[in-house]
Write a protein that binds this ligand. Structure first.
Ligand code: PAF
Length: 283
C-alpha cells in the first residue's frame, strides 16, 4: 500500500518537509491545483513523477483569482478523495495552506502580468484572473522552489502566462504543459463539470467537436473568418452563449489571419446555464 503523502499547512512545516525531500539533491516537481482532483490532475502528477524524483502537489482554492460574482464560495472542495488519489499516485508532499497563510493580514503585493495575459481572451472576460493566478503561482514557486512545475494545457492562456512569468522573474523553474485529458465523448475534464445538469452535460462535447471541425476546415483551406463564424453558430445553436471562439498563434496567442501564420491554436470559452467552460486544441 502506498504511504500517505506528508501534509504541510504552514510555511515552517513546508520548509521542514522540503528539506527532507531535498536531501541527496533530489529534483522536485510541483503540480499546483485547487483540489477537486480528477483524472486530468492525475495525468499532471504522473507527468511530474516521470520528470522529477519528488512530487509536491499544492491544493489551494485561491480567492484572488475569482471575481466577487464568481464561484469561489461554491468551488468544489473534496479533500478526502483528493488525498486518496494523491496517495495512490505516490505523491511525496501536499502543500495545503489556508487563506490566512497565503495572504496574511496586511498582504499588499501583487504580480502584474502583460504579454500573453493581455491578448483579449480570458483577460477580456475575467480581468482579475491572471493577476490572481500570477501572484499565487509566484508565491507557490518561491515557497516550494521546484525544479519543474506542471500545468494543464486545458488552461492554455494560463500556461503561457505562467511560463512567461517564471522566465521574466528568473524563478529558476521549468514550466511544462501537459495534454488535456478528455471524457470519452471529448469533453475536457474540469473540476467545474460537476456544475452541469444532465442536459448541459449532454450538450457540452459540442465545444470539442466544433473545434475539431474548424481545424479540419482551416487545414482544407477555409478562410479563418468563415471557420470562426460557422463554429460560433454551431455552439450557440447547442444552447451556449459564446464568450470567444478564436484562432491564435500557439506561442504568442496573437491574432492571425491565415494558416500560414501558424503554429495555430483554437481557443473557446462559452457559458451554458451558469457554467462557463473553456477548451482549446492545436490546428
Ligand atoms: O489551474 C488552476 O487550478 C489554478 O489556476 C492554479 C494554477 C492552481 C492557481 O490557483
Amino acid at each position: 500500500m502506498p504511504s500517505r503523502p506528508t501534509i504541510a499547512r504552514t510555511i515552517p512545516a513546508l520548509r521542514r518537509a522540503l528539506e527532507g525531500l531535498r536531501a541527496r539533491k533530489a529534483s522536485i516537481a510541483l503540480v499546483p491545483t485547487m483540489g477537486a482532483l480528477h483524472d486530468g490532475h492525475v495525468s499532471l502528477v504522473q507527468l511530474a513523477k516521470r520528470r522529477a524524483r519528488k512530487v509536491v502537489v499544492s491544493i489551494f482554492v485561491n480567492p484572488t483569482q475569482f471575481a466577487p460574482s464568481e464561484d469561489f464560495g461554491s468551488y468544489p472542495r473534496t479533500w478526502k478523495s483528493d488525498l486518496a488519489r494523491l496517495t495512490a499516485e505516490g505523491v511525496d508532499l501536499v502543500w495545503n495552506p489556508d487563506v490566512g497563510t497565503m495572504y496574511p493580514d496586511g498582504f499588499a503585493s501583487r504580480i502584474i502580468t502583460d504579454g500573453p495575459a493581455t491578448v483579449g481572451l480570458e483577460d477580456r472576460f475575467r480581468p482579475h484572473f491572471f493577476g490572481g493566478v500570477a501572484t499565487v503561482v509566484g508565491k507557490l514557486f518561491t515557497q516550494v522552489r521546484p525544479d519543474i512545475a506542471v500545468f494543464g494545457e486545458k488552461d492554455f492562456q494560463q500556461l503561457r502566462v505562467v511560463t512567461r512569468m517564471a522566465a521574466d522573474l528568473d524563478l529558476g523553474v521549468k514550466v511544462i504543459g501537459s495534454k488535456t485529458v478528455r471524457e470519452r465523448d471529448g469533453l475536457a475534464m474540469s473540476s467545474r463539470n460537476v456544475y452541469l445538469t444532465p442536459e448541459q452535460r449532454h450538450a457540452a462535447p459540442i465545444l470539442f467537436r466544433t473545434m475539431k471541425e474548424a481545424a479540419r476546415r482551416l487545414r482544407a483551406g477555409e478562410d479563418v473568418h468563415a471557420a470562426v463564424g460557422s463554429a460560433v453558430e454551431t455552439i450557440s445553436a447547442a444552447g451556449f452563449s459564446v464568450d470567444y471562439f478564436e484562432i491564435r498563434h500557439a506561442e504568442t496567442l496573437a491574432p492571425i489571419t491565415s494558416l500560414r501564420d501558424g503554429p495555430l491554436r483554437i481557443l473557446v470559452a462559452a457559458k451554458i446555464g451558469t457554467t462557463r467552460l473553456i477548451d482549446n486544441i492545436a490546428v
